[in-house]
Design a protein around this ligand. Structure first.
Ligand code: KG4
Ligand code: ZN
Length: 357
């Protein structure tokens, strides 16, 4: 019987130290054998955000234990691993360097190939860990650092259709939470507060809603929320503001996703229309249900990663490693950490309120 490929993935781009071992079943469907994540929430909580030096130190203290646990949980032996895949960017350079150096050293000691992975490609391929997915597909990537619509044509083949021109959506959730007095990381708690609030209570701006194609903007929304938080006093008003913020985001995404659908259809000859939503914000149930309904009306199949693969994890890094391993796309041990590493390197840099869209 053919030995099944085993890939070890390592992730340390921000504030999660993670390692995972994945393989494939007889039909070539990926199987996650272990998925270990150590979060640093308690370290960064008192600062209200991620402190790069503290994050890097915590990665260094934990990385060997996390990798050992991922190997142990997988039920495999370390020498059975076929390749080591580490996140090389984008992210905080001091953090990236920890997982990247560890992965290179391990690959070299085991005399196995090393694979450098783009963290965003990890998010893009994360639904492959629980669903069959073929190219091309339209991807909405919504995380703490990125918000983009991408035409995914294949491994390493991305065409950006739209992007945020200022804040990422996860960042907008986190900043709104902070303004509402919610402890870091507040983004996921917005939907809990919103459940108790009236989504129509506050009318918030929808920046570049009627222009700019499927580009997005969230900075104006944050400024409006800042003004309102200075006036509100009761818990009920806080719930109403959380609900109004979430509702406004849902409306923006609804409109922009429809525009992205048309762009995607123009660029591809499609038999099946597939829409993938990935990244930490893809865990938001309100956004999920709106996008599922929209896809139903628009005849798109919607695919979300499992909730545990939405946030940062190493299984998605191993997933990219597995695809690259099959194509023998290995990297040298001098591959650098890349704090900035766009998926579509040809796309124009779009940032700033002065942009004419
Ligand atoms: O993908 P991710 O884990 O890390 C990055 O690569 O950025 O995304 C983290 C982001 C954070 O901004 C967090 O607030 C947001 O995802 N997030 C959510 C939810 N869960 C995580 N935002 C809204 N609703 C959620 N349920
Ligand atoms: Zn991420």
């Amino acid at each position: 019987m053919r030995k099944k490929t085993l890939i070890l993935g390592i992730e340390s781009s921000c504030d999660e130290t993670a390692a995972s071992v994945i393989t494939e079943d007889e039909r070539g469907i990926p199987l996650v054998l272990s998925n270990v994540i150590s979060s640093q929430i308690d370290i960064h909580k008192e600062f209200g955000g991620v402190v790069p030096e503290l994050a890097a130190r915590a990665h260094m203290e934990k990385i060997d234990l996390i990798v050992q646990k991922a190997i142990k949980d997988s039920g495999k032996k370390i020498h059975e691993i076929d390749a080591v895949a580490s996140t090389a960017g984008p992210g905080l350079i001091v953090c990236l360097s920890v997982g990247l150096s560890f992965g290179k050293a391990l690959a070299s000691t085991l005399k196995k190939p090393f694979i450098a992975v783009n963290h965003l490609e990890g998010h893009a391929l994360s639904p492959k860990l629980n669903s069959e997915l073929t190219y091309p597909y339209l991807l909405l990537l919504i995380s703490g650092g990125h918000t983009q619509f991408l035409n995914v044509q294949g491994l390493e083949k991305y065409k950006r259709l739209g992007t945020t021109i200022d804040d990422a959506l996860g960042e907008a959730f986190d900043k709104t939470a902070k303004l509402l007095g919610v402890e870091f990381p507040g983004g996921p708690k917005i939907e809990v507060l919103a459940e108790k609030g009236n989504p129509e209570k506050f009318h918030l701006p929808k920046p570049i809603y009627s222009r700019g194609g499927c580009n997005l903007s969230f900075a104006g929304l944050k400024t409006a929320i800042l003004k309102i938080t200075k006036k509100i006093k009761t818990d009920q008003e806080r719930f109403d503001l959380a609900a109004s913020f979430q509702n406004t985001v849902v409306k923006i995404l609804h409109k922009k996703t429809k525009i992205a659908f048309r762009e995607f259809e123009k660029q591809n000859k499609l038999k099946n229309k597939v829409f993938v939503v990935a990244g930490g914000v893809a865990a938001n149930k309100n956004i999920r249900s709106m996008l599922i309904n929209l896809c139903y009306k628009e005849n798109y199949q919607t695919i979300f990663p499992k909730i545990e693969f939405c946030g940062d994890n190493a299984a998605m890094i191993a997933m990219v490693g597995l695809e690259k391993f099959k194509l023998k796309k290995f990297n040298n041990l001098d591959f650098p950490a890349k704090p900035r590493w766009p998926l579509d390197s040809d796309a124009a840099f779009l940032k700033g309120s002065g942009l004419k869209l």
